[in-house]
Each structure stands twice: as structure tokens, then as C-alpha cells.
Design a protein around this ligand. Structure first.
Ligand code: A5P
Length: 227
């Protein structure tokens, strides 16, 4: 187990180092959230310390704090119209670049940043590649007052919703909302499910990301594989 975790960490890191090669001087860079994005943020910080001039936008409060502590210049969302390149992780991806994200609960900002980004690069270890999405439950950010309504609608779509908890308490997002983790089984038509979820009132964002990733860079052993 220990060994498996170490291998995944190496794969995440080599994918991150490869992705950072796409960061150019003068660009606005989106910084992802999670353990894979962490490696990219560290490397971007090294480059900034060596003189690379970039500005960054963070996909979560946690990432903003990390990047700030590492000396990466940060912009607020309202200062940015477009992002050149974003490097973020994923919980699952298919070879045709469909993703599930939000295991860390930052899916809403991650989706907004991805939508504003010209080149969204996803970095993962080799365990994240799947034939069909859905073994990982779909994270869904919900406005608290709508939680019962959204849970009911998810069940009508055939899903099993569970309100996310952390350390025995309800998980609260950076936007003061809740997260529902919804099990839909393996998803045959991610486009249909994504549209149906988007139509639920009170649902802020869901973790199915379609047509947002420009490429996935996956670490496998000591190699990187591009999708
Ligand atoms: C955060 O909300 C997520 O979307 C992460 O990007 C995703 O969970 C991948 O995280 P790891 O890189 O830690 O596996």
C-alpha cells in the first residue's frame, strides 16, 4: 500500500513537471486544487523565484494560501477575463477527455476557471484513467437551502446521493455550500447526465467536466503519457 502511494506520488509529480513546461512568461495561470496540482504549484513557485513573470488565479482558498506562501503573484477573479493555461487534477478521466472532478470539494471554482481557460491541462497518476466515468461518485455543490430538493431530484435521475461530511461535520465549500456525492453507477451518457444535473434548481455545479480539458498528462511509472 505504502509503495502504491509512493508510485502514485511520483506519477503525479512527473505529470506536473511536464505540464509546467506549458507555462509561458507573461501569462495568466490557473492553479488547480489537490495533491497533483500541489506539485505543479511547487514547480511554478520555483520558476517564479528564478525570475519567471506570471500572474495566477487560484481554484480554492487552500490553493490561494499555498501559492501566496510560495510567492506566486495572485489575481482575484474579478481582475481576470481570460486565463492562458490552467493545471489541475482529476478524480477520473477517459481517453476522450471527459472528467470527474471535485473530490477535494473545489469543483465550482475549478469549473469556472476551466471555462475561462484557453488551455486546461489535467495532470494525474495512472490510476485515474477509466473506460467509463462513474466508479468515483459525482461531487455536486449545492446551495444549503435547496439540499432536500436537490437530493430528491438526484434520486429521480437514478442516483444515490450522500451529503459529504468531514470529521463528523457537514463539509462546507469555499462558497459556504454543501457537497453531495452522488453514485450513478457507471455513466453511459455523461452528456445527458450533465445536462439533467444542470437543470436542477439549487445545484450550483457538478463534477462532470466535458469539453473543458485540452489535454490530460498522465504519469505512468517514470513516463508521461498524453491524452
Ligand atoms: C479538487 O476539488 C479536485 O477536483 C481535485 O482536482 C481532484 O480531486 C484530484 O485530486 P488529486 O490530485 O489530489 O488526486
Amino acid at each position: 500500500m505504502e509503495n502504491e502511494t509512493q508510485i502514485k506520488e511520483v506519477e503525479k509529480k512527473i505529470a506536473a513537471l511536464e505540464a509546467v513546461k506549458f507555462v509561458q512568461a507573461g501569462s495568466i495561470v490557473g492553479l488547480g486544487t489537490g495533491s497533483s496540482a500541489y506539485h505543479a504549484i511547487q514547480e511554478i513557485s520555483n520558476l517564479v523565484k528564478s525570475g519567471l513573470e506570471i500572474q495566477a488565479v487560484a481554484t480554492s482558498a487552500h490553493t490561494a494560501m499555498l501559492a501566496g506562501n510560495l510567492g506566486i503573484p495572485l489575481l482575484n477573479f474579478d481582475e481576470v477575463n481570460s486565463i492562458d493555461v490552467t493545471i489541475d487534477g482529476a478524480d477520473e478521466f477517459t481517453a476522450d477527455l471527459k472528467l470527474i472532478k471535485g473530490g477535494g470539494g473545489a469543483l465550482f471554482r475549478e469549473k469556472v476557471v476551466a471555462a475561462m481557460t484557453k488551455q486546461e491541462i489535467i495532470i494525474t497518476d495512472s490510476s485515474k484513467l477509466v473506460d467509463r466515468l462513474g466508479a468515483f461518485t459525482v461531487p455536486i455543490e449545492v446551495i444549503p437551502l435547496a439540499v432536500n430538493h436537490v437530493m430528491k431530484e438526484i434520486k429521480l435521475l437514478g442516483g444515490s446521493p450522500v451529503l459529504r461530511k468531514k470529521n463528523g461535520h457537514l463539509f462546507i465549500t469555499d462558497n459556504n455550500n454543501y457537497v453531495i456525492d452522488a453514485d450513478f453507477g457507471l455513466i453511459d451518457e455523461p452528456e445527458n447526465l450533465s445536462s439533467a444535473l444542470n437543470n436542477i434548481d439549487g445545484l450550483l455545479a457538478h463534477g462532470i467536466f466535458l469539453n473543458l480539458a485540452a489535454k490530460v498528462i498522465m504519469g505512468k511509472g517514470d513516463q508521461v503519457i498524453y491524452f
